[in-house]
Every structure is written in C-alpha cells, then in structure tokens.
Design a binder for this molecule. Sequence first.
Ligand code: SAJ
Length: 421
Amino acid sequence: MPSDIAIIGAGYVGLPLAVAFAQAGQRVHCIDTDPDKVDAIAAGRSYISDVGDDVLAPLAASGMLTAGGDFAAVADTGAILICVPTPLSDNREPNVSIVAAAASAIAPHLRPGQLVVLESTTYPGTTRELVAPLLERDGLRAGQDFHLAMSPERIDPGRTDHTVRTTPKVVGGLTPACTDRAVALYAVCVDTLIPVSSPDAAELVKLLENIFRSVNIALVNELAMLCDRMQLDVWEVIDAAATKPYGFMRFTPGPGLGGHCIPIDPFYLSWRARQFDFQTEFIELAGKVNTTMPYFCVERISEALNQARKPVNGSRVLVLGVSYKPDVGDVRESPALKLIELLGGLGADISYHDAFVPDLLEQGLDLRSVELADGVVESADIVCVVTAHSGIDYADLAGRAQLVFDFRNAVPRDGGKVHVL
Ligand code: SAJ
C-alpha cells in the first residue's frame, strides 16, 4: 500500500514525527539503515522513550506506520522528510555525510510533484548547496519539478509539556510555492507553522535557538568561576536575578555542556561563518568556557578533599548522575565522562550511580551503575552530584555521606560537608 509520507531516519526525531503524522491519518513509511529499528517498528515495539509501545503498536498493526530499508519506497509517497544525524567530525567540523547519503539515495526514486524537507540541524546553505544538487542528479529541478524546503526539528527528548503538535514549526522553502507545500503538509499534525523566506533562514533559526543556550550557559558558568573567586553564592545570585519578571531567562551553571545538540550545533555556524571571513567570537568563547567547566569542577573536588586531608589519589569518588541532563539516559558529550576521566587520571577510585545509565562500557569505561545501598554512600570519600536526576532523596544522601560536592544545587546546604559549585 503506498504511503503519504516517507521519513528517512527513524531516530529520536523521525519516529515521534512519524507517529504524529500517522495519528493524524497519514500513512507513513520510515526508512532506516538500522534493521533493528525497522524490525522494532514493524513489531510495534518502540526504542524511543518518548514513544510508547501502546502508541506505536496500533499504528504498526493498522499499517498506518510501516518501516523498511529500501529507498525505492519513497517513489510512492507525496513527501519525503530527512531526519538523519548531523554530528561533528573528529576535528570538530560539520559532518553532513549522512544527509548527503540520504539525498543521494532518494534521487533515483524522486518523482515530479513530490516534496522533500530537510529536518536535520545544519549550517545555513546545506539545503540549497548540498541537498538540492544531489536530488537534481537525474534531471528534476528543485523548486520547479519537485518542492524542496527546510524545517528544523524541535524534538526535545523527555519533554512532555510540548508535543510535536503544540510546538510551532519553522518552514523555509526554496520558493514560496515550496514553503506553501511544506506548510500544508505539516499543518495536519502541527498547530502553528512559521514560514520563513528561505531554507537558509530556517537553518539559521535552529542554530540561533541552540547557540542562545550555549552562550547563556557559558555566561553563568563563567559567573560560577568568578563567584568562587569572590566567595559569593552564584545560585543565590541567579535565583535573585530570576525574580525579574521581564528581560531575564534563568540558566544554571554546571560541570559542562552535554547532549547531541547544544555542544555541537554552534560549531556548525562558526564553521560556515569562516567561509564568509567572519569569526563568531561569542560561539568560540562560549565553547571555551563550557569546555573549561569539567576541569574547574575537578579542581573544586580536589579542594574539598584536601580540606578533609584526603588526596584525590586513592579517594573513593561516587558520581551521582552521568547522563547529559536529568531524567534521560543519553550520555553523549556528557561532562560526567570528562570528570570521570580527569579524576581517574588523578588516581581516584571512581564509581557511579545512574538509574538511567546501567553501564559505561560503550564509552570505554569498565563501570556499571551501583545501587545506593550497602554502605556505598557512606564509604565514599566524596559524593559528587553531577546530573541531578529526580527521584533521589538528596537530603538523605547528604546525611549519609562523609562529604558531598553538589554541582547542581540539588542538595540542601548544611554549611559543612556539602560543598556547592
Ligand atoms: N545545561 C546547563 N545549564 C542550563 C541548561 C542546560 O548546564 O541552564 C546543560 C545541561 O546539563 C546539558 C546541556 O547544557 O548538559 C544541554 O542541556 P539543554 O537543556 O539545552 O538540553 P538539550 O541538549 O536536550 O537541548 C534540547 C534542545 N532541543 C532541540 O534542539 C529541539 C534545545 O533547543 C532545547 O531548548 C532544550 O532541549 C530544552 O530546553 O530542554
């Protein structure tokens, strides 16, 4: 049975989007190079925490949501959405090879009148300069024979207060007709569409959203380092500033910047800016400050142990929370990994507890999450709250620990053994 929409990449962006379209009555076919994902979708078994089996299974059973690995299937659809990863390369430059591979695989099956939309976060110019020529390889012209647009994903894993339907969606077409076609497509499952004048503008909108966060997080991280020097409580200062009812947005300091978006997206823009002989100094400075934080935090841990007349070398350090943000299991770019590496390098005896992360074997660390029982907390020389998952009684933890370093202002202050960033 032909599908209305093909979604390339059934990950944390593609699968929730596929479900939203299928729930709105569109027949959706996911194409993914990972056969395990294809099999799971066909079996109605979700591998994305934001999508429950109870939601996926009926859609798979009814045939409204199917999956496969063959790009030929795009030929029978009206719209093709590209939702594949855009990581950084080893030398911290954009790696759009997966986007290019998807466009190249679509091209031979592209039909006149179809719509192609890029959702992957990328530098301004990607849709026009990379995707369009690859799709035009067999003679069809973008903006004439088929529609082409860019609509940046705004899926925030773990968030429940905003859904695909309730999160406004920016759309920038190669031509006004492309924009209109893309707006009409998304309107079936998104309440508010925000058309912009070009794919380039849409690409830059997404980068601005995430650079805004990176720069402001760096600001409060720098403030945390200054407050340590000035013996001021950065958390008190931020909380008081946040009482301003307008013109302020609360960000909090921490051991660094993790995740697959915020640490990466800014460098897509700084790389592109250099092609226009432009230095994005805010981005570079924010990256420098945020990268410094794990080192600063290790210094603070060392100072706290030193006050207890304990060297880092040989001390038992219990890390609480290793994922990149609370209540998710994703450890990509997590500052906890850098902290563990640095502390291990100083000879500390590291263990960690994170209910969302059973082990760190894939990260090359022979570490598994320990239970907070049997004296694990009491026997640690210091307990470090690195990612403050909910569901932990931090007051009880502080009562049982010899020494605590709280990097997330999650532990009640006691003026003695609880140190805070
Ligand atoms: N962080 C801080 N201080 C803060 C906020 C975050 O240190 O005040 C750290 C976190 O611990 C984490 C990293 O920064 O390590 C990134 O946190 P994040 O809250 O920005 O979460 P992400 O990386 O999941 O960002 C996503 C983005 N969503 C999309 O790209 C669709 C971002 O645009 C969202 O604004 C963000 O979620 C969100 O608000 O949750």
